[in-house]
Structures are given as structure tokens and as C-alpha cells.
Design a binder for this molecule. Sequence first.
Ligand SMILES: [Zn+2]
Length: 292
Amino acid sequence: MRRINNILSLALIASITLFSCSEQEPVVEDFSAPDDVVAQIAALGFDVENFPVETFENGYLVERDIYLTDATIAEMGRGNAVPSVEQYRTNNLVNAGGGRVITIYAPEEGSGGGGGKGKKGGGGSGGYSPAMIAGLDEAISRYNAENLTISFQRVTNSSGADIVMTRLSKRDERRGVLGSAGFPTNSGDPYGEIKMSGVLESSYGLSTNGIATIIAHEMGHCIGFRHTDYFDRSISCGGGTSNEGDGGVGAIHIPGTPTGASLSKQSWMLACTDGSNRDFNNDDKTALDYLY
Ligand SMILES: [Zn+2]
């Protein structure tokens, strides 16, 4: 999930510029992914035209906040056509059985459990501020309030946690990435890692509810939700209307949800955020309840 809105983007750019002037000459980095990888990702049904694939961590950032590696790309098969209606899920879902508690660990500021490199002046490798942890707790309580067959629980030890939330690199926090996640595994487990910016309050001024919305969005990917408006990013991201992708895999319409996404409904799985609070709307609840 990237780009909060123009004003915040400008603020970010301004801060980067100031930083650059005081430190060194700005370095323009090229994050484009290789053409053959982009072709593979397009064949899977992702929108690579309106969301240019970028290199990220040990893989690629797709549709703004989906993290794929060469291994996960190879694992995903070709198949179904991509529908053009609201609320999508991936082929794989979390195996909830008769009820499953998904544990989430996030290192807290000063805990020394950040990126393993100690304190870096608030940069990418540290733990999370109390505001970020409050956002995570709020995101968890939103899911748990729906009485689903899955529930979430924050734990204070990373060992054995189903999902570990860690800081983005300082470089990615600076270039405006807000968060990233992946999709459930073939064996029915949630995706195990959320990479999340730690500066949602300090740099963007987001409220607890705004932070919770972004974390809940990445948690949504981990349990199998795709972007509500992935077929037309202009719904939440602005810009020109774009056509939905052609064939692909892993975007299955969820019964009972309406045809056509709209910004006014403020689904928590819209591709772009404006930093505001997007609690689950009725269609989101229908989708969650249907899957879990
Ligand atoms: Zn997303």
C-alpha cells in the first residue's frame, strides 16, 4: 500500500529533499523489475500496467503492497479468469478447521527485537512505537469482533508466531512504501510476514484508526484477500480509469458482495489509502463471514 495522498506525499518528498540536501546528493534508484519477471507476474493475473512491478526485499512488490518472490511466483499456477466485481480472494485460504487462533508478533520500541541491527535512529530496523502497536491491537480487535472461525492474538515473543510484523528497511520507508504482505500458503497457513512502515504516525500523522486500517489491510492479504478495486485502481488511487486485467489466477469473486467497487464504501481492501479510517463495511463483513 503506497501513497497516502498528495499532501502527505508532498510532505514526504519535502522531508526526503531536506534530508538529501543535508546529507548528500540525491540518488535516483531504479526499482524496475526485469521484463521476464514482469511478464510472469502479468500471466498470474496481476495488474502490472497500472502498478509497475518494483524490486523489493528479495523479490518484487506487486499491486503496490504484495510481496512475491521467484519461489512464490513459481508456486502460483495459471488458471481461472479474473472477474470484474467486488471482493476477491486468492485460491489459497487459511485452513481454519473448527476455529483457529492466528498469533502475531511485532517488536516494540526499545525491546531490541527489531531488525536485529539495534537502534538506527528511528529508521527501518527498530521496533514499533506505542502508536503503531495500538494500531495493531485495534486491527486485531476489528477482526475478532466479527466472530469468525479465525481470530487473531498479539504475542510478545516471535518464536512460534504465525505472522511476524517487522519494519520495512529505512530505504523503503523513505520511498513511501507503507506495508506489504503475501497470500496464504498451499498448505493452508496464513502468510507469515508483514513488512510495515514504522513511521505512519511520526511521518504521516495517522491516527490509531488510520494505522489500524493499513495493518488490517495487510492482515487481509495474509488470510487471502486481494484488492477490492484491483481491476481499476483509479477507484481508490485516482488518475485515469484503467481496464481490468485479462486472464489470470487467484481473484475469485466472493458471493454476496456487490458488483463494482466504490470509493465511498471505503472497503479496507482498496488498493490505495488516504490515511483515513476504514473499518469493515457491510460488504467487507459479508466477505469475511463467507470465507471464515
Ligand atoms: Zn494491498
